[in-house]
Design a binder for this molecule. Structure first.
Ligand SMILES: NC(=O)c1ccc[n+]([C@@H]2O[C@H](COP(=O)([O-])OP(=O)(O)OC[C@H]3O[C@@H](n4cnc5c(N)ncnc54)[C@H](OP(=O)(O)O)[C@@H]3O)[C@@H](O)[C@H]2O)c1
Length: 265
């Protein structure tokens, strides 16, 4: 899709990958709608976009009614966005027995339900126009698994399943669907989730970290080129290739070099 003059909506735009993607979309010529919960951080990102900011809405994207309300307002003010980037997400890397039921529900709610609600709100407009592009941001955790991140992993598999099913639904329409997956991206996520970093499996530490800006550039290129799957960095793409050829070996290494529960006395 040629992005100049288009309207793009980014969820989780108050920090990290979402804020960087909003800036990159603005640089590509889009007017950008920013969504997340924290007003002050959203305003800071909006200020950095200048007149490329189309709208800012602070809301909890796991609240389906709030998403419907805000989506109606956006559609009335600006029309259906040309591009929707479902990036809002959170979640700690924990074993099942460390995860409360509320945390498990919360981890499924964002990214998976948030992405589902936002897509559901704008898809009718995209279908009516027969054009648009949806990006779902996930993680390498939706390809292979490692110990100590159980609910987080399940939620990323949900995002991947949703994305693949959506693409099948939208075959023979003018609406593109991109799945973005990466290894470690240097964002606030890691500081907000103490203990998660230590659980990156040994083999995963061989894969270089990427910056939010690098992730954002890859996402925007993926939209411009209508890519089904975007994976960064190159070393992660090579790991995907190895996994496709030798799934058992790569999965064994992820498990074998992964975090282990401290031994109880
Ligand atoms: N960092 C990594 O290494 C990495 C790697 C692969 C995939 N990812 C995925 O990339 C996505 C973005 O993560 P990030 O690393 O950029 O983390 P981040 O800096 O913590 O950003 C997360 C964003 O999601 C928003 N958000 C979370 N829950 C929300 C909710 N209920 N309603 C509205 N907004 C919500 C946050 O905004 P508010 O707090 O203002 O609501 C924030 O803008 C996540 O889905 C993450 O799993 C990250």
């Amino acid at each position: 899709m040629e992005l100049r003059g288009k309207t793009a909506l980014v969820t989780g735009a108050s920090s990290g990958i979402g804020a960087a993607t909003a800036r990159e979309l603005a640089r590509a010529g889009c007017r950008v709608i920013l969504l997340a919960r924290r007003q002050r951080e959203l305003d800071r990102v909006a200020a950095s976009l200048g007149d490329r900011t189309a709208a800012v809405h602070a809301l909890d994207l796991t609240d389906a009614d709030a998403v419907t309300r805000v989506a109606r307002r956006i559609s009335a003010d600006l029309g259906t966005p040309d591009v929707v980037v479902n990036n809002a997400g959170a979640g700690q890397w924990k074993f099942v027995e460390e995860t409360s039921p509320a945390e498990a529900v919360q981890m499924m709610a964002a990214p998976y339900f948030a992405g589902f609600f936002v897509t559901g709100a704008f898809l009718p407009g995209m279908l009516a126009r027969n054009s648009g592009h949806i990006v779902n941001v996930s993680s390498a955790a939706s390809r292979f698994v490692w110990p100590g991140a159980t609910a987080y992993t399940a939620a990323r598999w949900a995002v991947r399943g949703f994305t693949e099913a959506l693409r099948a639904d939208l075959a023979r329409t003018g609406i593109g669907v991109t799945l973005f997956e990466s290894g470690v991206v240097a964002t606030e996520y890691w500081a907000s989730n103490p203990g998660s970093r230590e659980r990156v499996p040994g083999i995963g530490r061989l894969i270089p970290e990427v910056t939010p800006e690098e992730a954002a550039r890859a996402i925007v290129r993926g939209v411009e080129r209508n890519r089904k799957l975007v994976v960064v960095p190159l070393m992660m793409r090579l790991t995907y290739l190895q996994h496709a050829l030798f799934p058992g070996i790569v999965q064994w290494l992820m498990t074998r070099t992964g975090y282990r529960r401290p031994l109880s006395a």
